[in-house]
Design a protein around this ligand. Structure first.
Ligand SMILES: C[S@@+](CC[C@H](N)C(=O)[O-])C[C@H]1O[C@@H](n2cnc3c(N)ncnc32)[C@H](O)[C@@H]1O
Ligand SMILES: [Zn+2]
Length: 264
């Protein structure tokens, strides 16, 4: 039994050879890459919502090179081996979701949702995780079905987190720390604005909070280019400056806040 519910009538979705179907006859076909499209047209605010294709492809190149593997390992440490269902909200191209699918045993169901179809398409290819194009503000996920929710740099709605999480479930939120890509931010802004401190979502209490810092040494060429393309604020760089950076490579800091919450 899957945790997906029908985005139209909220009944359970049952797998069939073509995809998923609810008892009222709403059918959602499986895409070639294996994901489902569970975003009703009226939840789509633009033609291509979410992160852009180029940005997602650049993130895929940068992450598969292993730069954020310390963060994938930190998330893994918060996953109990008894986890039955985990949901990654705003999964992007699926780096962290697929890492969880690999480290949890095969009986554990791993779900990833993102509003950007291109991200979900990349994520689903060759993965055992269940992926859907969906909005984090109206999750197509059954009430109280999830043991662990992860949310890495993505938005969500507090009441939806409470609704889908089991009463004893845990929520892991990763946000950028004060020093995250500080070098790049200092190149771009005269006054670097600090990232806001993470706040506990309504209905949750903080159980554990830790900083994860490490050096990023990015080689010249394709990987520095990928870093610039995946970073939303890097479009501000003058062409000349970004060409120089790509030619010489880039050293910077990664700094994340990893917060573990329980239901209040
Ligand atoms: C900075 S990316 C992080 C992606 C991924 N968690 C990672 O760390 O690689 C933020 C993601 O949130 C997604 N997103 C933005 N708004 C969303 C929404 N309303 N529902 C679902 N996903 C959303 C974007 O499409 C994007 O893939
Ligand atoms: Zn339905």
């Amino acid at each position: 039994m899957l945790c997906f519910i029908c985005p139209l009538c909220h009944e359970s979705l049952i797998e069939n050879p073509q995809g998923l179907r609810c008892c009222r006859g709403h059918q959602f076909d499986r895409a070639r890459e294996g994901y489902f499209h569970l975003l009703p047209v009226h939840h789509k605010n633009s033609r291509q919502p979410g992160d852009a294709k180029l940005q997602l492809q650049a993130r895929r190149r940068f992450l598969t090179a292993g730069f954020f593997s310390p963060l994938a390992n930190a998330i893994q440490r918060h996953l109990p081996m008894s986890t039955q269902c985990v949901l990654d909200i705003g999964c992007g191209e699926g780096y962290f979701t697929n890492h969880m699918a690999r480290v949890l045993n095969n009986a554990a169901q791993v779900y990833g949702i993102d509003i950007a179809k291109e991200g979900v398409r990349l994520a689903a290819k060759g993965s055992r995780a269940f992926y859907a194009v969906a909005s984090s503000y109206a999750l197509p996920i059954a009430d109280h079905s999830i043991d662990v929710i992860t949310r890495v740099y993505a938005p969500s709605k507090d009441s939806e987190l409470v609704r889908v999480l089991k009463p004893d479930g845990r929520l892991i939120i990763v946000t950028p720390g004060q020093d995250h890509l500080l070098g790049l931010r200092q190149t771009l802004y005269q006054h670097v604005r600090p990232h806001p401190e993470p706040q506990a979502p309504d209905g949750f209490v903080l159980e554990e909070n830790h900083q994860l810092n490490f050096e990023l040494v990015v080689s010249a060429g394709a990987l520095t280019e990928a870093l610039l393309q995946m970073t939303p604020f890097a479009w501000r760089l003058k062409e000349e400056a970004s060409r120089e950076m790509v030619a010489s490579g880039w050293r910077d800091k990664a700094d994340f806040t990893v917060s573990l919450y329980r239901r209040a």
